[in-house]
Write a new protein. Structure first.
Length: 140
């Protein structure tokens, strides 16, 4: 696994950025850049199981490893969901981390994630577009 790091300055308070990240309507908008029609199932609480699914119902199953409201969300991926079944995969144990730091009314959003080698190029090209979408949603 390779750790990828991205960040963006958003002209909005951290509460607004947090809401943009994890509330269903806006979550679906920014994750559509990864996969149109993607969605999450679960309650986003620390220790809770989550499913991150594409429009066809396949994706990842994970656990919320750490949640500090308006500051940090850490997701640990446990495996993949294929044909409705949870399976171990090369993504098992991968961490996705979102950290918000507010300064003078704007928020720095840092996103860190573990990626398998075959997806590094995809995420390096796509994640900046995702952060721009989050910025656009949070600032409007």
């Amino acid at each position: 696994m390779k750790k990828l790091k991205f960040k963006i300055e958003i002209n909005a308070p951290k509460e607004k950025v947090w809401e943009t990240l994890w509330n269903e309507p806006s979550y679906k908008q920014w994750t559509a850049i990864f996969s149109e029609g993607s969605y999450a199932e679960g309650d986003w609480n620390e220790g809770s199981k989550m499913k991150f699914l594409s429009a066809n119902g396949e994706g990842m199953y994970s656990v919320i490893e750490k949640k500090l409201t308006n500051k940090q969300m850490t997701i640990k991926h446990l495996g993949e969901i294929k044909n409705g079944e949870e399976k171990d995969s090369e993504w098992s144990g991968a961490i996705e981390n979102y950290i918000l730091t507010e300064k003078d009314g704007s928020t720095e959003l840092k996103a860190e994630m573990d990626s398998t080698e075959e997806y590094v190029q995809y995420f390096e090209g796509t994640f900046p577009k995702v952060l721009e979408k989050i910025k656009q949603l949070a600032e409007n």
